[in-house]
Ligand binder design. Structure first.
Ligand code: HEM
Length: 458
């Protein structure tokens, strides 16, 4: 029986009844796609090969260091049962020029349905209002062939695996760039991004064991495999071998500017004391501890599990503004579910301050820190690019002149915006300027994460 990408039921990956094709899919799919892999310590290497034979040998040589999605899921289960540490994650993606260099011709490349992938991120800069590629960090201005991810929770295992990967890189190949991700956590141990907010909470879930832990009446976290998997067109058997389109973007965060903007907005709204936290929540849609602004006027739920069971049907914007980052990027209206990506980002940059505390903005970094934004898609055009272009950068989405996504919106922010004057109110403040852009794209690329079956044979 063919792999049911559109199966309306979560995948019971461990079921004894699993059909042979789905078993083969899981045994050859890379990990971190269906379910996030731990990547507390992470390296992202961008490689350019010099000699096609060497490139192919490198790819084949990497396979013994990689594991399948199935093995990853088994490791997670073992960890949950007996705290046995799993093995490090090694992932490999190829860009369109990587495929060309490894010997695939144009007709092979046409088998990839995604136009954005076939064009590469540099060409799509105009569509996305990105800075032109000559302004990107040097590594990303070059033609990247491959991305290799190495991640683990244990620093020793991560370093040892990274050394093994490096040792495989052919002598003439070049590591054009390397990004190091280091997880940031708040006092409660939740993963946060550099503006100080809990991140990575709302994710599409594909697996029965994950979905069963998160029943949702107001938001269904289950998505079919078609959301992130496509047949690997160059694998020996695309009916059973699958891959995913991978977007990588280095997003630098000016933390000082963002926190000044939070303060200015709090002043403009006349907020004082603990209530000032609502200003930042109006921009993000959640308070720093992850409390959704839709559900609570303040972050008082400290210590509860971070909520994700909500939708905006009864809120025209008085509680959570239409333009808040999480509402722009996931309107939760049922119609747009196909846009949701599986986000797998990690923060980069070292901080000496505590991102989650209430220190003055003047003590915050203005650069050198940010998010290595990464996400899996079955269509880069319909998911990542649509989110960035048609929602985040579009001040008229979802409803006339609400403004850009205050966190990731790009392009001129000349329109003025209003905010509800108190939580749940339909009275709006006078128009104010939008907050300045505080996230800057420093470069990136689109990749395809092929099946292990392809990598073994390349
Ligand atoms: C959610 C921050 C970039 C799409 C979130 C959350 C935070 C956050 C704090 C709430 C946590 C959660 O609900 O999981 C940031 C920061 C970014 C960034 C600081 C850049 C530096 C992006 C980009 C995209 C994106 C580039 C896509 C184009 C999303 C989506 C959600 C989300 C889809 C989940 C919304 C939901 O389902 O409720 N982000 N983000 N983010 N972000 Fe971002």
């Amino acid at each position: 029986m063919a792999v049911e990408l559109f199966n309306p039921k979560p995948l019971a990956w461990d079921s004894a009844d699993l059909d042979a094709d789905t078993r083969e899919m899981l045994a050859t799919l890379q990990p971190n796609i269906l379910r996030a892999h731990v990547r507390e310590h992470l390296s992202v290497l961008f490689v350019r090969f010099a000699v096609p034979d060497d490139g192919r040998r490198f790819v084949r040589g990497l396979v013994p260091l990689m594991k399948s999605a199935r093995r990853h899921l088994e490791e997670v289960r073992r960890f949950d049962q007996s705290r046995t540490q799993g093995s490090p994650y090694v992932g490999l993606g190829l860009s369109r020029s990587g495929y060309r260099h490894l010997g695939h011709d144009i007709s092979d490349l046409r088998k990839f349905g995604d136009l954005a992938f076939r064009e590469g991120m540099k060409k799509r800069a105009v569509v996305l209002d990105d800075p032109p590629s000559h302004e990107w960090d040097a590594a990303y201005q070059r033609d990247i062939h491959a991305v290799v991810l190495v991640g683990d929770s244990d620093p020793e295992a991560y370093r040892a695996t990274l050394a093994r990967v490096r040792a495989l890189i052919p002598p003439d190949a070049r590591i054009l760039g390397e990004e190091t991700g280091v997880a940031q956590r708040n006092k409660a141990g939740e993963g946060i991004e550099h503006f100080g907010y809990v991140d990575g909470r709302s994710q599409p879930l594909f697996l029965a064991d994950q979905v069963s832990k998160e029943p949702g009446r107001n938001w269904d976290p289950f998505f079919p495999l078609s959301q992130i998997l496509v047949p690997d067109p160059l694998a020996p058997d695309p009916d059973r071998h699958f891959g995913s389109y991978f977007v990588f973007r280095k997003l630098e965060q000016n933390v000082r500017a963002f926190q000044r903007a939070e303060q200015d907005l709090a002043d403009a709204l006349g907020l004082s004391g603990p209530a000032r936290a609502r200003a930042g929540a109006l921009l993000v849609g959640r308070f720093r501890n992850g409390t959704p602004l839709l559900l609570h006027p303040d972050p008082s739920s400290d210590g509860w599990a971070v909520q994700n069971n909500f939708n905006y049907t009864r809120d025209p914007g008085g509680k959570c503004p239409m333009a808040a980052h999480i509402r722009k990027t996931n309107p939760r209206d049922g119609l747009e579910r196909g846009v949701m990506m599986a986000r797998r980002g990690q923060t980069y940059g070292v901080r000496t301050d505590q991102p989650w505390d209430d220190a003055s903005p003047e003590t915050r970094p203005t650069g050198g820190v940010g998010l290595l934004f990464m996400a899996f898609n079955s269509s880069l055009e319909a998911q990542f690019e649509f989110t960035q272009q048609s929602w985040a950068n579009n001040p008229d989405f979802p409803d006339g002149s609400v403004g850009h996504d205050p966190v990731i919106g790009q392009g001129p922010r000349d329109i003025q915006v209003t905010h509800p004057d108190s939580w749940g109110s339909d009275t709006l403040t006078p128009e104010v300027r939008q907050i300045p852009q505080t996230v800057t794209m420093r470069g990136g690329e689109y990749f395809f994460m092929p099946s292990l079956a392809y990598l073994k044979k390349v």
